[in-house]
Design a protein around this ligand. Structure first.
Ligand code: OGA
Ligand code: MN
Length: 295
């Protein structure tokens, strides 16, 4: 079957595409990968259904889209890791595959994914694409929501756009986890999670569109007093995550969702942590820190 990609919903023709005619397990051609990348430039979120894949197949598919990121954004120690560093373990499972206990700090740290964010914006070079594969899902809840930061930019008042234009944010997981009261960092973790600068507004190379580069990791604006900066960012986030900009993905086992972190924010929704939710994420790195990318 030939590759075909169209809008998932008629009311959001520029956001969320549905992909047919791809078998990720079997491997895709360079031509299909190029067509998928072109569709990503337009939609920013693509849904692939019925992809029964393993980690190696997911990684091989992801590698078509650029250099890969290592899964170094969490607090798992090497011996606590269920998966290799090629794959982000987006689950509530320990290294033996057992559900994490409530008091396990890996579980409490992972709850940070329920805040709106863009992957790896806390790294000097953030993520380009994320590819998330559903291997096991809870009976209820656990959707993933996506907010279109290009549409949010387009809808912003021109005076506010001008005010945002050349701002630089500081991003750190210490800010985002701190919002949830997660403060028990080790000295090593603190050293690894020092804030990094990112543009607040960025231009998408593939589409030419501007977008707001927001995340709960953004906790300061360079040159601004802290309360003013945080209130400004909070206001923008409220604007950018209004329902008209949001798509909620209800998972089925075998779904793979691919998103462009340069153009969307996302968050997980709550579910019963006593049930298994096993999601695997592979991540393609962006080309450079956002301040080195042309606006
Ligand atoms: C991620 C993430 C959300 C979810 O994989 O980067 O934020 O619903 N996932 O698990
Ligand atoms: Mn994420």
């Amino acid at each position: 079957m030939a590759l075909s990609i169209g809008p998932l919903r008629a009311d959001k023709p520029d956001f969320v595409g549905a992909v047919e005619g791809v078998d990720i397990a079997a491997g895709v051609s360079a031509e299909d990968a190029a067509n998928i990348e072109a569709a990503m430039d337009h939609y920013a979120v693509l849904i692939f259904r019925d992809q029964a894949i393993d980690d190696a197949q997911q990684y091989a598919f992801s590698e078509h889209f650029g250099p890969m990121e290592q899964a170094t954004g969490d607090i798992h120690k090497a011996a606590e890791r269920r998966l290799s560093l090629k794959v982000n373990d987006i689950s509530n499972l320990d290294e033996k595959g057992e559900v994490l206990r409530r008091e396990d700090r890996r579980l409490q740290f992972g709850i940070g994914n329920m805040l709106w964010h863009s992957d790896s914006s806390f790294k000097p070079t953030p993520a380009k694409y994320s590819l998330l594969s559903a291997r096991a899902i809870p009976g209820k809840g656990g959707a993933t929501e996506f907010a279109d930061m290009r549409a949010a930019w387009d809808a912003l008042d021109p005076e506010l756009q001008a005010e945002c234009m050349d701002q630089v944010c500081e991003h750190s997981q210490i800010y985002s986890r701190g919002l949830l009261g997660f403060t028990e960092w080790t000295a090593d973790e603190l050293a690894l999670n020092q804030p990094v600068p990112q543009r607040l507004v960025r231009r998408h190379a593939g589409s030419g569109r501007l977008s707001l580069f927001l995340a709960s990791h953004a906790g300061a604006l360079r040159g601004w007093p802290m309360p003013e900066a945080r209130m400004f960012l909070r206001d923008l986030t409220e604007h950018a995550t209004r329902p008209q900009f949001v798509y909620a993905h209800q998972w089925r086992v075998g779904d793979l969702v691919m998103w462009d972190n340069r153009a969307v924010m996302h968050r997980a929704r709550r579910y019963n942590f006593a049930e298994v939710r096993d999601m695997r994420r592979t991540t393609v790195a962006d080309s450079a820190p956002t301040l080195e990318q042309p606006l």
